[in-house]
Design a protein around this ligand. Structure first.
Ligand code: ZN
Ligand code: ZN
Length: 420
C-alpha cells in the first residue's frame, strides 16, 4: 500500500527522501526490535514524519509516538500566554517526556523552521518557559545528554528557512536546492549511504583517539577575526564524534549530518576573546557579529551588532549559561563548509566550523561522567545549565595549539585544518 501518495518534495524523488528517513531510523537512532520511538516534528513536515514512522516500524519499533510542534503557535504562546502559564510546565507534560525516556525509548527530532520565527518575542518570556521545561523534564534531558537513550536530529527544508538560505529564488527552487544540500550533507548521493556513514564514523574516531592520547590540559585558539582564547579541558576528558553508544550498548548517530569531534571544557578555565564566525540562529532570532570575552571561565564582556537582547537572555539564564560546556573541532575543508552556504541552522552551520557551546556539558565526554551527579560533574569542571547553545568560531585562518600538562605545545590546527 502506498502511504504517502501526493507528497510534494519539490521535484526530488521520494525514494531519496525515504532513504534519509531510513538513515535516521537505522544509522541515526538505530531502532532496536521492540523499542519505542518518539518522533519530535514540526507539523508542516508531516509527510516526512510519516516516512520516518514507516521506516522505524520496518526496523522493528514496538510503537512510534509523534510529538508535534508548531513554531507559529509557539510564537503566539510566547507573545500572549499568561506569564504564570509560561513559568509552569504541568507535571503531565514533563512526564510525557520522562516516561518514554525511562522506558529506553529512542528519540528522532526533525528540525526545520523559520530561523526568525520568534523575532520580536521578549526573550525573558521564552526563558521562563525554557527553565520550567528544563525542570519538568529533567530526567529526559539528563538521560539524553548522558546518551543513556539513543537520539538523533535531522533536518527538513521549510519555506522561510529556504528563502533565507537562497534569497531571491522562487519557493520551488529554494526548497529543491535546500533538499539537495541536505541530502548531500547526509551522504545520500546514489552510493551506499550506510557504508559511507560507517567509514566517516571511523575517520572521526581516529581523530578522537589521537587527541585522547595527547591528553591536552588546554587549547589555544587564534585567528585574524580577533579570536585569541585559551580554554582548559577537564582531566580525563574524552573526545567523541562519529557515533555514540547508549546504556544498552547500541551504537547511534546523534546528528545527521555530523562532521565534529567534541569534548568537555573545564568550565572554570577560559581566558580571552572568541569572535563569532557566522550569525547564530538561536531561539528563533539571529545574533550577528558577536564576541564573548572570558575570565576565569566566565563571560565577563559581550557584544553583538544584531540580536544583543537574545544573546543577553542566553547568557543570563542561570549560573552555567555564561560558561562553556562543549569544545568542538571541525576542519574548514569539511564537506558542509565546502558548500559555502550559510544555513541559518545550527545542525548545519556547527558542522561547517569549529565551535563551542555555552551551557550544559555532555557527561559522556569525561571518564566515568555518565555515572556522575550534577555536583560531581561540576567538581571536575563539567558545566551545568538549562541551556546548550552552540556558536561558531572557525575560520580559514584559525590555528589551534594544544598545551600539555608539562607545558609542551603541539599545533593541531593550521589555516583552519588539521595540522596533525
Ligand atoms: Zn557540537
Ligand atoms: Zn553542541
Amino acid at each position: 500500500m502506498k502511504e504517502n501518495r501526493g507528497n510534494n518534495f519539490y521535484g526530488i524523488e521520494e525514494s531519496r527522501i525515504r532513504e534519509y528517513a531510513r538513515l535516521l531510523a537505522r544509522t541515526g537512532v538505530n531502532v532496536q526490535p521492540g523499542q519505542e520511538i518518539v518522533v519530535n516534528c514540526p507539523v508542516e513536515h508531516f509527510a516526512f514524519a510519516r516516512l520516518v514512522a514507516e521506516e522505524a516500524y520496518a526496523a522493528g519499533a514496538r510503537e512510534v509516538i509523534l510529538r508535534w510542534n508548531d513554531s507559529g503557535v509557539n510564537r503566539l504562546t510566547y507573545l500572549h500566554a499568561a506569564e504564570e502559564a509560561l513559568a509552569l510546565v504541568p507535571e503531565w507534560k514533563g512526564e510525557s517526556y520522562n516516561y518514554y525516556a525511562r522506558r529506553g525509548a529512542g528519540q528522532i527530532s526533525i528540525s526545520g523552521s523559520d530561523p526568525e520565527a520568534y523575532k520580536g518575542v521578549d526573550p525573558k518570556r521564552m526563558q521562563l518557559q525554557e527553565k520550567a521545561m528544563d525542570q519538568a523534564a529533567a530526567e529526559y534531558y539528563r538521560r539524553m545528554m548522558a546518551s543513556e537513550n539513543p537520539w538523533t536530529v535531522g533536518a527538513v527544508p521549510q519555506k522561510e528557512w529556504a528563502a533565507k538560505v537562497f534569497p531571491g529564488l522562487s519557493e520551488e527552487e529554494s526548497m529543491r536546492r535546500l533538499w539537495e544540500l541536505i541530502l548531500k550533507a547526509v551522504r545520500i548521493d546514489g552510493g551506499d549511504a550506510v557504508r559511507a556513514w560507517e567509514e566517516h564514523a571511523r575517520f572521526l574516531k581516529e581523530k578522537c583517539r589521537m587527541l585522547d592520547a595527547y591528553g591536552f590540559a588546554k587549547l589555544h585558539y587564534k585567528n585574524g577575526l580577533g579570536t585569541d582564547f585559551t580554554v582548559g579541558l577537564v582531566k580525563g576528558h574524552i573526545w567523541e564524534g562519529g557515533a555514540e553508544t547508549d546504556a544498552a550498548g547500541t551504537v547511534f548517530e546523534a546528528n545527521m549530518p555530523t562532521e565534529e569531534i567534541f569534548t568537555m571544557p573545564d568550565c572554570r578555565v577560559a581566558e580571552g576573546t572568541l569572535v563569532g564566525a557566522m550569525p547564530l540562529c538561536c531561539r528563533g532570532n539571529l545574533i550577528r557579529d558577536f564576541s564573548l570575552t572570558f575570565h576565569e571561565g566566565r563571560v565577563v564582556e559581550y557584544g553583538a551588532k544584531e540580536g544583543l537582547e537574545t544573546l543577553r537572555a542566553v547568557l543570563e539564564t542561570d549560573e552555567g549559561s555564561k560558561r562553556l560546556g562543549e569544545v568542538a573541532i571541525v576542519p574548514y575543508d569539511s564537506p558542509i563548509s565546502q558548500m559555502n552556504t550559510l544555513f541559518y541552522n545550527t545542525l548545519f552551520d556547527e558542522n561547517a566550523s569549529c565551535h563551542f557551546a555555552l551551557g550544559r556539558c555532555y557527561p559522556t565526554t569525561v571518564a566515568g561522567g555518565a555515572a556522575m551527579s550534577e555536583e560531581e560533574l561540576l567538581a571536575v569542571g563539567g558545566n551545568h545549565s538549562a541551556n546548550h547553545v552552540d556558536f561558531m568560531v572557525g575560520t580559514a585562518d584559525l590555528s589551534i595549539t594544544g598545551i600539555r600538562e608539562n607545558g609542551e605545545e603541539i599545533r593541531i590546527f593550521e589555516n583552519g585544518n588539521w595540522a596533525c
